[in-house]
Design a protein around this ligand. Structure first.
Ligand code: KIV
Length: 271
C-alpha cells in the first residue's frame, strides 16, 4: 500500500524518499491530455513523456525521427492534464549529443515551453558533462541505460543488453557516473534482473526498470502496451492489464453495423 498516496505533488525528493522507505515507484508513459488525466487520477507517481511517442503516436519504426518541437507538443498536452504526478520528458535523438550547450538549450526549451518537471537522456559517461550543465540551470535529470532505443542502429537489435561480463561492468560504471553527475534517478531497460538488482542496491538514487526484473526501485511500462492498444509487440517483460485493441475493434465493428442498419441513431438519440 502506498504511503505517499496523500502526497499532493510528487517531486524528485519524494521519489528518493520512496526508495529510502522501500516503497516501489510506479511510472507509465503518456503523450496526450486525455490519457495523462486518467493515469494521473489513478495515482501514478511518475509520467514519462517518452520519445516512444515516435513509435506509438506517429508510427515510426524507431524513436529517432521525433523532434524537439513534437516532444514539446506532447509534453504540453500532458502537463495540462496532470495534478499530482512528476512529469519527465525525453530529450529526443539529436538534441543533446552534439555538446553540452546544445543539451542545455534543448532541456531549457522543454521546461520553458511545456511546463514539465524534469528531462531524461540516454547514455552513460559520455553524456555526464551535458547532465552537469543541464543541472546548473536547475533542471532535474533522469538517466537511461541498458537498451537505449536511440542507439538501435549501433546495437542492431532490441535484444536484452549487458548479458556479457564486459558490457555489464560498463553498465555498472555508467550507472555510478550518472549518479555522481547528479541524476535524481535512472531507468534500466531490458537487462538481466540480477544485474539491475545489483545496480539498485549500489546506488542511493531510485532505479526504475523496464524488462529489468523486480529487484529495482520501481517499474515503467509504455501505457499503450500495458492496456493492450498495441497488440503486435509482445516482449516477455510486458504484462497486459487490458486488451483494448480487441475491445475497440469490437466496438467500432458494432458502430459500423448500427449505422448501416439505421439502428443508430434511434428516437432517443436525436433532437
Ligand atoms: O520512451 C520511452 O517510452 C522510454 C521508456 C521505455 C523508458 O524511454
Amino acid at each position: 500500500m502506498s504511503v505517499h498516496k496523500e502526497i499532493k505533488k510528487v517531486t524528485t525528493h519524494v521519489l528518493q524518499e520512496m526508495k529510502r522507505g522501500g516503497e516501489k515507484i510506479s511510472m507509465l508513459t503518456a503523450y496526450d491530455y486525455t490519457m495523462a488525466k486518467i493515469v494521473d487520477h489513478a495515482g501514478i507517481d511518475v509520467i514519462l513523456v517518452g520519445d516512444s511517442a515516435s513509435n506509438v503516436m506517429a508510427g515510426h519504426e524507431t524513436t529517432l525521427p521525433i523532434t524537439l518541437d513534437q516532444m514539446i507538443y506532447h509534453a504540453s498536452s500532458v502537463v495540462r492534464a496532470v495534478d499530482r504526478a512528476l512529469i519527465i520528458v525525453d530529450l529526443p535523438f539529436g538534441t543533446y549529443q552534439g555538446n553540452s550547450k546544445e543539451a542545455l538549450n534543448s532541456a531549457i526549451r522543454i521546461m520553458k515551453e511545456s511546463g514539465a518537471h524534469a528531462v531524461k537522456l540516454e547514455g552513460g559517461k559520455e553524456i555526464t558533462e551535458s547532465i552537469q550543465r543541464i543541472l546548473t540551470a536547475g533542471i532535474p535529470v533522469m538517466g537511461h541505460l541498458g537498451l537505449t532505443p536511440q542507439s538501435i542502429y549501433k546495437f542492431g537489435t532490441y535484444n536484452v543488453r549487458a548479458k556479457e561480463e564486459a558490457e555489464a561492468q560498463k553498465l555498472i560504471e555508467d550507472a555510478h557516473a550518472l549518479e555522481k553527475a547528479g541524476c535524481f534517478a535512472i531507468v534500466l531497460e531490458k537487462i538481466p534482473a540480477k544485474l539491475a538488482e545489483q545496480v539498485a542496491k549500489e546506488l542511493a538514487i531510485p532505479v526504475i526498470g523496464i524488462g529489468a526484473g523486480g529487484g529495482v526501485d520501481g517499474q515503467v511500462l509504455v501505457f499503450h502496451d500495458m492496456v493492450g492498444l498495441t497488440h503486435e509487440f509482445n516482449p516477455r517483460f510486458l504484462r497486459r492489464y487490458l486488451n483494448l485493441y480487441e475491445e475497440i475493434n469490437t466496438a467500432v465493428g458494432q458502430y459500423i453495423k448500427d449505422v448501416k442498419s439505421k439502428d443508430f441513431p434511434n428516437a432517443g438519440e436525436q433532437y
